[in-house]
Design a protein around this ligand. Structure first.
Ligand code: SAH
Length: 359
């Protein structure tokens, strides 16, 4: 067997790469066209009835098959949100959440095992980053959930555990795989990527020709507040980040949305809302062009270790009204799956602490 750390897993491969593997072993390359769609429907090579043992052996020798398995599945009695804890081939685990909207099912997937960004309000980063996910493991979350639910997933948000742009190559490969017409064919316009603000990678992403929606986790209007909440801001301060956002918009024509977690007493006053409106308008609107600006307000989910509390409803509404009054669309994120603790990072942490009381 090849070494797992260096050999891409089967679900990470493009049809051309499968073709090359098959051809090298003397197998007809059209088999790639049979294998790729079945892998993306969640079938293992063993389950594929139209390929023989010889082909299976060729695949097994070239690329390990690493299906995800469901460790836990929680279904919300309130709104049908489904939360999965998936085991990876090496015993690590990640979470995904499937949400039901009028326009279909949206899955929120993880991009890394843990996270090294250190945002102070976030549960996913508490134990640091363990490892990156492969493109196949990113895809595996969509494939496994879809097969388990027996319903088509139509939208993807990269907003679970991890920082997607800190796992850049695998994430870009995943987006190309999941939008492939012979696979799940989920178009880039149905994919959103949320980032804490790695500005250099945003510039790179702008040139990939992938019309996905970018979401920026901003959470603060100035560097003093943002430095105190998000260590990444010391590397890429707000000005640098918003300039990258501007370039992304001009390069791709895709609107960018902003996530803003409201934390009582930290970033939720009217003065802060005014500052936020000002900084966004100043950086992202010029006289000749208007980039539509949308801020998603998210009442912070209390994470025991952070000590942060959510803002009151009056503060949340006031914050939204102030932004709107200054030309910025603001919506308060609806809470889904409240009864199953659906926000990211928390199920994995609970699972780890059961296994090892020292964590
Ligand atoms: N690393 C990426 C994606 C994962 S986090 C990013 O930073 O965007 C997904 C979103 O949840 C981010 O906007 C993040 O800031 C937010 N988030 C993290 N912990 C939260 C909490 N306790 N309450 C509310 N939102 C939180």
């Amino acid at each position: 067997m090849p070494s797992d750390a260096t050999t891409p897993d089967l679900l990470s491969l493009f049809p051309e790469e499968l073709e090359a593997i098959l051809q090298k072993a003397g197998e007809p390359k059209y088999r790639a066209g049979q294998i790729f769609p079945q892998l993306h429907r969640g079938l293992s090579p063993e389950e594929m009835t139209n390929i023989g043992k010889a082909t299976r052996n060729v695949l097994a020798a070239a690329a390990p098959y690493h299906p995800l398995s469901v460790i836990r599945k929680l279904v919300s009695a309130l709104d049908g949100t489904v939360k999965y804890l998936f085991a990876l081939y090496d015993g690590e685990c990640v979470e995904s959440v499937v949400m039901r909207y009028e326009h279909g099912l949206t899955i929120c997937i993880s991009s890394q095992v843990g996270c090294r960004m250190g945002c102070r309000f976030c549960a996913s980063t508490l134990g640091g980053k363990v490892r990156d996910l492969s493109a196949g493991e990113l895809l595996g979350q969509v494939v496994t959930a879809q097969r388990d639910l027996g319903e088509r997933i139509s939208n993807i948000v990269l907003m679970g555990i991890g920082e997607p742009l800190d796992n850049y190559d695998q994430v870009v490969r995943f987006i190309r795989l999941v939008s492939h017409p012979d696979g799940l064919n989920i178009g880039c316009r149905h994919i959103s990527l949320s980032t804490c603000g790695l500005a250099d990678r945003i510039d790179r992403l702008a040139k990939e020709g992938l019309p996905i929606t970018l979401s920026i986790s901003l959470h603060a209007p100035d560097d003093t507040i943002r430095d105190s909440l998000m260590p990444v801001n010391r590397r890429f301060p707000i000005h640098t980040l918003l300039e990258s956002c501007n370039r992304y918009f001009h390069e791709t024509g895709r609107r960018i949305s902003f996530e803003y977690t409201l934390i009582a007493g930290q970033n939720d006053t009217e003065e802060v809302a005014l500052k936020l409106a000002d900084v966004l308008n100043r950086h992202l609107r010029s006289e000749t062009e208007t980039m539509p600006i949308h801020v998603n307000l998210i009442p912070v989910n209390t994470v025991k270790e952070s000590g942060f509390a959510r803002s009151g409803n009056a503060e949340i509404q006031r914050f939204a009204r102030t932004l709107e009054a200054h030309g910025i669309r603001a919506t308060v994120r609806r809470t889904l799956g409240a009864d199953i603790n659906a926000s990211c990072g928390q199920l994995r942490r609970a699972h780890l602490s059961q296994e090892d009381p020292s964590t």
